[in-house]
Write a protein that binds this ligand. Structure first.
Ligand code: GLN
Length: 549
């Protein structure tokens, strides 16, 4: 039998950024999976950063990490969560990666004396990567989300690549434009003109979208659907209404109301093979909508500077992980953001933590707000408030324990105090060299590492197995010289690297504290709507217990 051609869906954004291209791409993936097709999502980012590792989360949102250790855009987190798949490095590329590769190749005589140019060499390299990923994935369909908005200067090469791919494979490539329809308050009417202009813009690159996903505050009415169809040169049923919804997880179901899955399959000349469905997903969404009872969780962080908008992006995986576990247990997690700096001045601010059912200190870097976080951790430990520490939140829990239980007043991480008398968190030799050489990009302990779990601990019983693979992103570690001292003072290292040298999980026994646990890794990167993460679930169980009291 002839092998079927791989199909490509390019998703571009029109009018403005932030209209939900990532969620739209994830939802398309989810729908196609429900129709029994294997999908391969790819994010292409126009910026020149070689990966997302050095980008400030307040500006760019969370840095997501996949198993391989690649630091990437948070959209890969959305893809993994919606499609419940583990992504590979070739599911992500940036202009920086492409240019670096092409320039290195040129330096090595890889182009055999030819003049190296954006077209065809950059576009050729983009195509090579997309096709390589498509092939390696074994999927039927790749969904390639092009970062930025149509009309940007930076993403032109990617759109050009897609155009050429379509030219060569007209039956196997389609374009989806995720556009925005504003409702100016002075008019109170939804306007289609910006979308028409976005399509003209795409047309000027030689690209005609097959499908337009029309984002807006409210559903699109028939009149506007027709208007968009006629002016943008597409079939009216290919204009999909995409109003704001209560939960992002509702988006695939909502798209299906307009038959998006069938339309895509038809445009790609694929058959409908409706053997699967979205039942499990639908019941998750129903739970999200119907759960009323709340548990209140305080998240103590520092990436608050730009207000609430960016905040949720900077910690998106943590937020989602908490929610999934909460829903699994039949409650809604009500998250409150507390700035650690607020705890630093007086003694009374930290008392408010007593009103919460649980406290989380997520990952972070550097000095700012640290003393406030330590105060909060001490309060949670002493007052038996369920505590979950993620990466920095684990390291700080160890420091707090060393200072206040063991009495090592000067205990610290060398990230903050290089001359600490008791560096209970320290940088390992390999990492020291990276910093001395100024090699910051992609050099932390990154990606999936194995941890062995100690019998009889909370971690072991939560996971229900002896070993786990979890994703990392840090430079510092619990200092092996202090492990014995800390353990004999009662803090249990319940997860360790296979050789026993790296501390992966720290916890207090149940008879001492209802739940006090920190993970050196980021469990949030592996939490999925349909598979909540066991550590978050255990934390939420303890929070619900506290709420009952
Ligand atoms: N700053 C700490 C380290 O580099 C923790 C990093 C994190 O929380 N992701 O080790």
């Amino acid at each position: 039998m002839k092998k079927k051609n791989h199909k490509y869906i390019f998703v571009t954004g029109g009018v403005m950024s932030g209209v939900g291209k990532g969620i739209a791409s994830s939802s398309i993936g989810k729908i196609l999976q429900s129709k029994n097709y294997k999908v391969n999502p790819i994010k292409v980012d126009p910026y020149l950063n070689v990966d997302a590792g050095m980008m400030n989360p307040t500006e760019h949102g969370e840095v997501f990490v996949i198993d391989s250790g690649l630091e990437c855009d948070q959209d890969l987190g959305n893809y993994e969560r919606f499609m419940d798949i583990d992504l590979k490095p070739d599911n992500y590329m940036t202009s920086g990666m492409i240019y670096q590769y092409v320039i290195d190749k040129e330096r090595n005589l890889g182009y055999k004396g030819k003049c190296v140019e954006a077209i065809p060499h950059i576009t050729g390299e983009i195509t090579r990567r997309i096709q390589k990923s498509a092939e390696a994935s074994g999927a039927d369909i790749s969904i390639i989300e092009i970062g930025g908005t149509v009309g940007d200067y930076q993403n032109v090469m990617f759109i050009e690549t897609a155009r050429i791919l379509k030219l060569k494979n007209p039956d196997d490539v389609i374009f989806v434009l995720v556009s925005y329809l504003p409702i100016p308050s002075t008019l109170g009417e939804m306007k289609t003109r910006p979308t028409q202009n976005a399509v003209r813009n795409l047309n000027s690159y030689g690209v005609q979208p097959e499908i337009i996903i029309a984002r807006g505050a409210v559903p699109l009415d028939e009149r506007r659907k027709e208007k968009i169809a006629v002016s943008c040169n597409i079939a009216v049923e290919n204009v999909i209404s995409a109003p704001d919804v209560e939960s992002i997880y509702d988006v695939p179901l909502n798209f299906e109301k307009d038959n998006l899955g069938e339309i895509i399959l038809k445009s790609l000349r694929l058959k409908t093979k409706n053997e699967k469905d979205m039942k499990e997903w639908s019941s998750f969404v129903a739970k999200v909508k119907s759960t009323k009872e709340e548990a209140s969780i305080a998240v103590i962080g520092k990436y608050f500077d730009t207000g609430d908008f960016v905040l949720s992006d900077a910690y998106i995986s943590v937020i989602e992980a908490v929610k999934y576990s909460a829903y699994e247990l039949g409650v809604k997690a009500k998250l409150t953001w507390l700035n650690s700096k607020d705890f630093e001045n007086g003694e009374k601010e930290v008392l408010m933590l007593g009103d919460f059912d649980g406290v989380i200190v997520p990952g972070g870097f550097g000095e700012s707000g640290i003393e406030g976080k330590l105060k909060a951790i001490k309060f949670a430990r002493e007052n038996k408030i369920p505590y979950l520490g993620l990466c920095y939140g684990m390291q700080l829990a160890v420091i707090e324990y060393a200072r206040n239980v063991i009495g090592l007043k000067d205990a610290n991480t060398t990230e903050i105090d290089e001359n600490s008398k008791d560096p209970v968190i320290d940088i390992m030799d390999g990492q020291k060299k990276n910093i001395e050489d100024g090699k910051y990009g992609g050099t932390m302990r990154l990606g999936a590492y194995r941890a062995i779990l100690e019998k009889g601990t909370i971690a072991r019983s939560a996971y229900g197995k002896d070993e786990v693979w979890e994703r990392h992103r840090h430079r510092y570690e619990v200092n092996p010289d202090y492990v014995k001292k800390i353990e004999s003072a009662g803090l249990v290292f319940s997860g360790k690297s296979p050789d026993g040298t790296l501390m992966e999980i720290a916890e207090l026994p149940r008879n001492v504290h209802p739940f006090f646990l920190g993970a050196q890794f980021h469990p949030e990167f592996k939490a999925r709507p349909l598979h909540p993460h066991p550590l978050f679930t255990e934390f939420m169980k303890a929070a619900i217990e506290r709420k009952k009291k």
